[in-house]
Structures are given as C-alpha cells and as structure tokens.
Design a protein around this ligand. Structure first.
Ligand code: D5M
Ligand code: FE
Ligand code: ZN
Length: 557
C-alpha cells in the first residue's frame, strides 16, 4: 500500500471510511512503516469513529516495535519533497492594485502570469522563491516528520454561506412566456441600478414627447446596427416598447458601442430628433460596479484556493500535478488555505463536444465522478470545499445550472463539500465570492475587440460582465439560458471576488476593487485546443488572501 504522501494517506483512510486530524496524517506519514501503521490504526479505531486523532496514531505507534529508518529511504523522501517544493516555487504576488483604474491592474496581470509560468519579471510584481522547508523532529517518537507537514492547529473554516443558487428552485419549462418573465426580472433589477444616474422615462412616453426634448431611457439592447453612413443605431426595449438611439460615429461614446452585447441593460441620455422618432445619444451608462466600491475582507489571515476545470476522466487530466497540489495542501505552507472553491468542470463528461470520446480515459460518467471523488479525497478533509457545475458536468447545460443531484452528491460526499448551482455567491469569512463557470466568456471574447476581452486576458472579459452586472448577458448565442421566475444571472450585489473558469486560461486583476480571477485548468492541451491554437494554463492554483485580497499563484505542473 503506497502511503508515503499525506494525500495518499488521506485517500486510504477515506476509503476505509475515516477522516483524520492533520496531525494524525503527519504522524502516519512519518511512521517507519506507514502502511502497517495505518492498518493498525484503522483496526484499533472505534467503528463509530469518523475522525482519527493524533492520539489514536500515537497509541498505535507506541504499541509497535520502533524500527530505525534506513538513512537512504529517508533521504529519498526528502529529495522528492525538495523537488516538489522547487517545482512549485514560482509564485507571483499582486502588488497593491490601482483602485482608480480598471485597466492598469490588468496590464500588470499579464506579466504576473508570465512570472508564475517562468516568464519576464517587471517592476510591477515580485517573484517569490520558496526555499526547501526545514526538517523537523518529533521528540516523542524519534522519527522524522514528513518534511513540510505542519504539526500546527487544525484548520477551522466557517461554513460557506450560499446565496443566489437555483438548485431546487427551478421552475422553467422553456415556454416563451417564461422567457418574458425572466427578461422582465432582468430589466427590473438592472434598471434599478441605473435609475439613480438617469431620470429615465418609459419608451412609450418618450415616443410622445415633443421633438428636441432632452430624454433619458433605460432598456435592454434589442438590436445594434450600423447605418449607411457608419453611425450606430441601437434599439432599446423596456416594458412599454422599443425606442431607437443613434450614436454618431465620430463621438467619443461610439467606442462604447463596441462593448455592447445584445440583451444587456444600459441607459442612454440625449436629445430627441425634430420628429421625436430617434434619440441623438450623448451618453451611455452601464449598471457597472461603483468606483467607490470597497470589498469586505476577512478579519484573520486565511486563504482560499480558487480552481476550476479539473476534467477528471479526460486522457489529458494531469493526475500527477493534482497530487502535487493535494500534497502541498497538507504542508505547513498551506496551513492558512482553509477554503477550496472549484468553479465547474469537475469531470470531462461524455458527449460534450464532437469526437470527445476519442480522448476519454474513463468513458462512464459515474465512473468519472467516482474518480473525481478519489482525487478530492486527497486534499485535506478539514478544508471547506465548494463545487459548482460547468458545461462538462452532468447537470442541465442551460444556465443557471442547478447543483449536482443526489446521486452525484453521494458519490462526491467524502469531505462533505458544499454543492451549489452555477452561478452562486459563496461567502467565506465575510468575503463574498461570485462563482460562475464562465461559458459566456467565450462569447464576450468573440464579440468584443481584443483589447477589451481576449483568451490571453480572460479577466478583462470578466470585467465586462461586472460592468454589465450580468454573468451571461447575450441570449440565444453560445450560452444557453433557461427561463426562470427570476434572472439568476444578474449580478445584483457586487461581489468582493468574482471567480470563473471555463476558458482554461489563468488571468486576474481588479476591476473597481473587485478581484476577478479566472482559474486555469488541470487538463493539458486537447486535440481540439491544438487545432484552434488554445494554449491552456495548466495546474496553477490561484491562492487568495482573504484578509487583503492579494493573490499568489502556485504552479504544480
Ligand atoms: O472549454 C475550454 C475552452 O475551449 C473554452 O474556451 C471552449 C473551448 N473549447 C474546447 N473544446 C471545444 C470544442 N470542441 N468546440 C468549441 N469550443 C471548445 P471546456 O468546455 O471547459 O472544455
Ligand atoms: Fe473546462
Ligand atoms: Zn467549461
């Protein structure tokens, strides 16, 4: 039984039906014969016990004959650890972000990303190199402790609070009238955010106003067209009707037209034409995040790992990198990481894309979740873990996606993760994290100019979603949207952190003080990605300090 690493020990114990205190895992990892010691501890454990304690392990160790470590065995173990530590050494920290500018931190971010992947260093960031951890001795057993595993206190995460979750509340059957209800709710809630900034009138009232009047209108974007002379005609719709707004091509606001997506909610202000049939637009307003927004932070030093796109079951799933990540989470360095958030695509799924089956390692969807669960067991059991589904997961594809059903929850129940819908707002240590898998990012990137959103800077696409206060504004395209009584995809309350995945690229930055993080993935490049030149950012774990919202990226590839 190969039990030399903490994650394997945790897995072995979980298979036997036990959780274990961190210190117990440490002691087992350093036992002269971990496999036999585990067996003895499991044998001696009370059948009703769920959690093995350090005391349980010490009892067994005391009963066993002490066996001296062959020096070379120990040396091997240390060198493995050292190598791993070196592998994970490249980290990048964000410098204090420029709170007044949404674009400045983003340009920093690219170089930070390159640092984490071994690229250029610039004045905007620091590269932190971790030195190999010191070896410690356990005075009571005389055995060497697992090199980086801490003996310190257990993690004590508070339960994550969940809101905005559709799970169990879905009422949509796909009828046209239900889409109308969803869109009315979208309009109601997003127009409320704009009402303080414009003195708007309903479209029907504006149509009856005298030519030349000043007018302000809030509506969902129904159509965007360019006129014969290159100006822009934007049709807005509210609950009373539609009204056209003209944006002249040589006005500075014409640039904003590039950012518009169909079905998003905006306000326009301008002057009616002489016949009152059109609004000459002077300004366009987005619901946006107020520049004065100040995020909440934790009142103790505690961290969260934000990851996504594990894709277990794919031939490209990087099991070794995952194990290194899981092992690292058992080390002293990771003792402040108390939360693990996974933003969708736990497994590769079946039949998601054409010819996907040719790259499947596990062809049965339930077997994929069983395998994912085994990998989840490798991370410390005392982490508070939250899972939302993605487009590869076995829940409905249309958003909002409900959380995993009972059968899948049962399969993934090992460390009792919180399972919630996509999207959901998860509050940890007072910090709200909007988790959204990110399918709409493909669309934002396809529709918007590359300086506003690109695969290389996925966080900028996230900024657009924050600006539009909606995680999937455009209806009827790539992102499938299910009609519900309310629009769960509206970002009604500004989150402190916005966490997405899906595009398999790492990127982060601050937008009006909201930390936007797109985690990479744990799947190396697939054939499809090779063909379309997507170069995924694999095996990175963004780690956020919840007390400062600073980020560190650890690489496990
Ligand atoms: O998708 C990961 C990224 O790759 C995301 O940007 C979509 C894109 N992708 C991957 N495979 C395909 C196919 N076959 N068609 C179109 N787009 C694709 P994920 O869904 O997370 O695997
Ligand atoms: Fe994915
Ligand atoms: Zn995805």
């Amino acid at each position: 039984m190969p039990s030399e690493t903490p994650s394997r020990i945790v897995q072995t114990l979980a298979r036997a039906g036990y959780n274990a205190e961190r210190e117990a895992v440490t002691l087992l990892a350093n036992a002269p014969d971990p496999a036999a010691t585990i067996e003895a501890v499991v044998e001696a454990a009370d059948d009703d016990a769920l959690r093995l304690t350090a005391e349980d392990v010490r009892c067994c160790l005391a009963q066993r004959e002490p066996v001296a470590d062959p020096p070379d065995v120990d040396a091997n173990m240390m060198s493995t650890q050292t190598t791993r530590s070196d592998d994970t050494a490249a980290t990048a920290r964000t410098e204090s972000p420029d709170s007044s500018s949404p674009t400045a931190p983003s340009s920093d971010q690219q170089s930070q990303t390159s640092v984490s992947t071994g690229g250029n260093n610039t004045k905007n960031h620091t590269q932190k190199t971790e030195s190999p951890p010191e070896k410690k001795r356990l005075s009571d057993t005389g055995h060497k402790e697992f090199s980086t595993v801490s003996n310190s206190a257990e993690r004590s995460p508070a339960p994550a609070e969940i809101s905005g979750d559709v799970t169990g509340r879905s009422t949509g059957t796909g009828k046209y009238s239900q889409f109308v209800t969803t869109f009315r709710d979208r309009y109601e809630r997003l127009s409320k955010l704009l009402r303080g900034r414009v003195n708007h009138r309903p479209a029907s009232t504006i149509a009856a106003m005298p030519g030349g009047s000043e007018a302000e209108l809030i509506g969902l974007v129904n159509d965007i067209r360019s006129t014969a002379s290159g100006h822009w005609l934007i049709e807005l719709e509210d609950t009373t009707g539609t009204f056209p707004a003209l944006v002249m091509k040589d006005r500075p606001i014409a640039e904003l037209v590039d950012e518009l997506l169909l079905d998003e909610c905006v306000a326009v202000q301008g002057t009616l034409s002489d016949d009152a049939g059109i609004l000459f637009t002077d300004s366009i307003h987005f619901p946006d995040v107020p520049r004065t927004f100040r995020p909440n932070t934790a009142d103790r030093h505690v961290q969260a790992a934000l990851i996504s796109d594990v894709h277990v079951g794919s031939q490209e799933f990087m099991a070794d990198a995952w194990n290194r990540f899981a092992d690292w989470l058992h080390t002293e360095e990771a003792e402040h990481v108390e939360y693990l958030l996974i933003a969708g695509d736990m497994v590769e799924g079946v039949g998601i894309y054409p010819n996907q089956d040719e790259e499947l390692d596990i062809i049965d969807i339930f077997d994929q979740y069983e395998a994912f669960s085994e990998h989840l067991k490798a991370v410390p059991g005392d982490l508070e873990t939250v899972l939302i589904p993605g487009n590869h997961d076995a829940v409905r594809l249309a958003e909002p996606q409900p959380g995993f059903d009972e059968e899948l929850r049962e399969i993934m129940s090992a460390h009792d993760p919180k399972i919630t819908g996509n999207p959901s707002t998860v509050t940890i240590e007072g910090v709200s994290v909007l988790m959204y898998h990110g399918v709409s990012l493909d669309e934002v990137i396809a529709e918007l100019p590359s300086d506003k959103a690109s695969y290389d800077e996925p966080h900028k696409a996230m900024y657009q979603l924050l600006k539009k206060r909606h995680v999937a504004p455009q209806f009827g395209g790539h992102t499938r949207v299910a009609p519900e009584e309310k629009d769960y995809l509206v970002i009604e309350t500004v989150p402190d952190i916005f966490h997405t995945g899906h595009v398999h690229k790492l990127g982060w930055g601050k937008y009006h003080n909201v930390l936007a993080v797109n985690s990479g993935c744990w799947q190396s490049q697939t054939d499809f990605q090779k063909k379309v030149n997507i170069d995924p950012d694999v095996a990175h774990a963004p780690i956020v300090d919840l007390d400062t919202l600073e980020m560190t990226v650890r690489k496990f590839a």
